[in-house]
Write a protein that binds this ligand. Sequence first.
Ligand code: ADP
Ligand code: ZN
Length: 716
Amino acid sequence: MLLPLPLREAYDYRVPDGMELAAGDYVEVPLGPRRVVGVVWGPGGGGVEAGRLKPVVRRFDAPPMTEVARRFVEWVAAYTMTPAGFVLRMAVSVPAALEPPKPLLAYLRREGAEPPAGFKMTDARTRVLAQLQDGPPRTPAELAEEAGCGVTVVRGLAEAGLLEPVMLQPVRFGRPDWTRPGPTLSADQQAAADDLRGRVRSGGYSTVLLDGVTGSGKTEVYYEAISAALAQGRQALVLLPEIALSAQWLDRFARRFGAPPVEWHSELTGAQRRDTWRAVATGEVPVVVGARSALFLPYPDLGVIIVDEEHDSAYKQEDGAIYHARDMAVARAHLGGIPIVLVSATPSLETKVNADSHRYARIALPARHGGAVLPEVELVDLRRDRPPARHWLAPGLRKALTDTLAEGEQAMLFLNRRGYAPLTLCRACGHRMQCPNCTAWLVEHRLARKLQCHHCGLQQPLPQQCPNCGEEGTMAACGPGVERIAEEVAELFPEARAAIMASDTLSGPRAIQEMVRRIADHELDIIIGTQVMAKGHHFPMLTLVGVVDADLGLNGGDLRAAERTYQLLHQVAGRAGRGERPGRVMLQTFMPEHPVMQALAAGDRDGFYQLEAEMRLEAGMPPFGRLAALIVSGEDPAQVEKVAMDLGRAAPRSDTVHVLGPAPAPLALLRGRHRRRLLLKAPRSVQVQPVIAEWLSRVEIPPAVRVQIDVDPYSF
Ligand code: ADP
Ligand code: ZN
């Protein structure tokens, strides 16, 4: 019996007389004083005398966990070196879904109801009512969670007649209609679609890189693979890096298939999670689109997996079980014997190399659909074309903005930095405002009148005097964030309709959706955005993209910095000229000779990959070598240092395996925890997990120190 708890091993239980159990069944079992959900993993080890085992309490009436899903849990656990029970918890994330669905009590706000005499409107009560201003009816537990109070507060409001009870029926999901025809495909697109359809129809594992510039019709093509899976009565899973930003994708799917796909991500309510999990398990839901955790849903018969924007770093889960969803998806496809399609205009170097060496198949879509041309990319050399003091837009970019507005077209300014200024500094003593809990500066958010840490969320008011030297009025903002660029835009183009698009200026998926609509409908002239803007949106009137600081991602010693910057800027550039009008992209840089800038300007993607691959090969770095990181963290720096040093001394050494460090981890202080990192480096042929297991077994780690294992770290 495997339990969804941080346990490595399955536990044995006794099957009571009259109960029939098979591998994969969900059961309830006692664990100490509690009862927990478990999954029958096998016949048991027989280590303990049967008479002394505790009995299984009951078997849930739910479709059992498939053999493939169980092997997947084991595989992920072994690869990421995470306890199997911990991985199982991602697969059994909604225990309530194991019960057959019954209507749930939920509440709406009762229109016009007044509190009865003597009923005191406490803060908590007011918050609950405020939550109900908006949105669907919710269960007492959901409301209590949203309002940050106890369920009794909700019950109290209901008894006072302020809430309207309703019974929620389990949601029925619409069924996408695969027989609906898609658009007429171009010859290239048709060949790509036929290839994918063939793979889905014949089944069997294969990984395909669907490689094509933005706008070449990759989405239309992989819709055909989905349609092929549905035609066979099988399920399809589409992973998107940031589902909250994907409203346009969802609408488009609904237009193509006549029903929306079912979503899976962290914004769902408890009831939605329960209904969705159950409906996936029973096979009622044929297409799931989700964030990385959607990999662990209980598909009875998955026929194809699509990983859109496969290069995106959002696929890397960095806390809890550390895993890369793209890589795990490939493993899932392998275990399930099904095809998987990795989709990108700028694949990860890993995937590119796998395709070049024919480990993965490649399907290329070379041209933008309908003859739309790729935007012209120009470099603005900030050493020559200088913005005025305390301004950030160079004369060349200002001129381009003026021209674009004169044509009645739209422009976007991209800066991947939220807030007003990344650093606040005292002009008298040089003191920098730093987060006490993290290795990070506090970022000024002028609209919110606060300093904020982007890592731990700490907020404090803007200081009137320097906390170090006590001078008044000396604190100065240094460098730009999107708010500051918006200020410059307002100064330059007071008539233009401008708006900021960043995750903190938009309060959730609905706000993002509304902003995307306003841009698409040309209600705005200039959009100043962070990477929220970079994702796959389609804006026909957007013809100019200005990147305020193209060098931003290149600073720091990360070996992946160039790759990541290239991918991000390429994607940002792809927002321009998606409609009839040609696009123009301007990159402001101090390093116009840098290979990333040169490749972007020349449109020489493969040249860039070639160079990057040579560098990595030379350094023995991924994808040509293997890396694993050990992150040692704790609140006491001395203790952390000791464990890190012990690990360093005990490090495996051989002709092939090397350990670098300990060194400060990226973010050496995070949420009050000190972090040191050791990097294990080995050739591809070495399996690193047993080496690490043996290494860790030789070092004593006190309970207050945590050692996290990150196999294939994203940053290195
Ligand atoms: P990608 O996913 O490669 O960025 P999309 O599939 O989003 O490309 O296609 C870009 C645009 O071109 C979309 O608006 C899409 O509907 C349109 N498009 C692509 N192929 C066709 C086609 N064969 N017929 C009509 N429209 C198409
Ligand atoms: Zn912080």
